[in-house]
Write a protein that binds this ligand. Structure first.
Ligand code: ATP
Length: 137
C-alpha cells in the first residue's frame, strides 16, 4: 500500500492544529503508521528542500522550519500521496479552496514565506526519500 510523509509545520503545531489535521487524515480513511515530533536541524532541512535551494524563498523557508517543532506523520492508503495533497489544498493559503486544510486555516501573514501548515510528499520517489529522512534514527 502507498505511503506518504506529512509534516505539520511549525505554524500548525504552534496553532494547536495537529489534532485537527490528523483528524482529517483519519476521517478520510487513511491510516497513521508512525508519528514523531522533531526539531529539525539545517542539515535535515537542506536535504528535505534540496530542490528549492537557490530560490528566493529558500532561506526564509528554512528559517521558518527551524522556528519550532514539526510533527512528522507516516500515512498509508491507496493513492494517499495524491489524496493528502487534495486534503491540504494548493500552496498559497490565501487562494487554497475552502474545505482544505490550507483553505480553512491558512492565510497570508505578510511574511517572506507561505506559512501553509502542512507538507505532503509529491510523488512515490519523494515519499520514499522523505520518509527515510524524517523517520531515520
Ligand atoms: P509542500 O512541499 O510544503 O507540501 P508545496 O508542494 O505546495 O508545499 P513547494 O513548491 O514544494 O510547495 O514549496 C515548498 C514550501 O515553500 C511551500 O509549502 C511554502 O511554504 C514555501 N513556498 C513555496 N513557494 C513560495 C513562494 N512563492 N513564496 C513564499 N513561500 C513559498
Amino acid at each position: 500500500v502507498e505511503e506518504t510523509l506529512v509534516l505539520v509545520k511549525p505554524d500548525g503545531v504552534a496553532r494547536n492544529l495537529t489534532g485537527e489535521i490528523l483528524r482529517r487524515i483519519e476521517a478520510k480513511g487513511y491510516s497513521l503508521v508512525d508519528i514523531r515530533m522533531i526539531e529539525p536541524d539545517r542539515a535535515l532541512l537542506a536535504e528535505h528542500y534540496a530542490e528549492h535551494e537557490g530560490k528566493p524563498f529558500y532561506e526564509p523557508l528554512v528559517e521558518f522550519m527551524l522556528s519550532g517543532p514539526v510533527v512528522a506523520l507516516r500515512v498509508a492508503g491507496n493513492r494517499v500521496i495524491e489524496g493528502f495533497r487534495a486534503l491540504a489544498g494548493t500552496t498559497d493559503p490565501t487562494t487554497a479552496a475552502p474545505g482544505t486544510i490550507r483553505g480553512d486555516f491558512g492565510r497570508d501573514w505578510g511574511l517572506a514565506v507561505q506559512q501553509n501548515l502542512v507538507h505532503g510528499s509529491d510523488s512515490p520517489e519523494s515519499a520514499a526519500r522523505e520518509l527515510a529522512l524524517w523517520f531515520s534514527a
